[in-house]
Unconditional design. Structure first.
Length: 247
């Protein structure tokens, strides 16, 4: 389903950018006027594929998505998870060939912003260009944390760290609170992101439940012992560079 309306489409982007920086009223209004084409995608659909040469970037309005690479034999490596407000392929504005794919993890609403409009925006408003650059640098920080986890942390530490990271990202854009948040990530997704077998993921989640750290009911995560989860994962939120939380 396609739509060319941008009513409310840019609100999530503004909310995301204002979690890491400050925008002026003029900058907010200009972002709201960006032309977008909105599309609703089902679970597991590619948004953009490895090798594509896109002429637009995608903004997640609703739902979750992931960056991934496919290896021989159908093996998938997830490199990051993305929530409403994220533009996970912003680098395609300057790197013209995609070196990975993006896919939905849930039914999602995606807004596509023409590269031409983004280039005009960043030329007219250097402050917005700076904020978008800051967002890509935060992405780099997240990649570094994932690398440390994959290389040096236990399965327990990796999963606990992911819970902390995603909760704070969701809270920053007003989609979580009181240590409760949506959690549509499956055990297979966990394994593909953190380099763990399905059995190992299941065993670790059972251990966390047994220790009273978390509960997972349906697609909702409740963190029952935030401080303990932070200690177990050696989580330091500095790399997210969150300046304020959504009201």
């Amino acid at each position: 389903m396609l739509s060319t309306s941008n009513d409310h489409s840019m609100t999530m982007l503004i909310r995301k950018l204002e979690s890491i920086a400050t925008l002026s009223d003029e900058e907010r209004q200009t972002i709201l006027r960006l032309p977008v084409r909105t599309r609703v995608l089902n679970v597991g659909q590619d948004i953009v594929r490895d090798g594509d040469k896109p002429s637009q970037s995608c903004l997640i309005l609703d739902g979750w998505a992931c960056r991934y690479k496919m290896l021989d034999g159908g093996r998938r490596q997830i490199m990051s998870f993305h929530i409403p407000g994220d533009i996970p392929d912003l680098q395609s504005l300057h790197l013209h060939t995609m070196d990975h794919s993006l896919a939905t993890l849930t039914k999602s609403t995606i807004a596509f912003i023409p590269h031409e409009s983004l280039r005009e925006l960043t030329t007219r408003f250097p402050g917005i260009a700076s904020v978008l650059w800051r967002d890509t640098l935060v992405d780099g920080g997240i990649f570094r944390e994932w690398m440390v986890g994959m290389g040096r942390k236990s399965a327990f530490g990796r999963i606990a760290h992911l819970f902390c990271e995603m909760y704070l990202k969701l809270e920053a854009v007003g989609l979580a609170g009181e240590h409760r948040c949506p959690w549509p990530i499956t055990q297979i997704d966990f394994g593909d992101a953190l380099g763990l077998s399905n059995v190992h993921v299941n065993r670790t989640l059972q251990e966390m439940r047994g220790q009273g750290l978390i509960t997972l009911r349906g697609c909702t995560l409740v963190i029952q012992a935030w401080d303990e989860l932070i200690r177990a994962s050696e989580f330091d939120p500095t790399y997210l560079h969150l300046e304020k939380r959504a009201t």
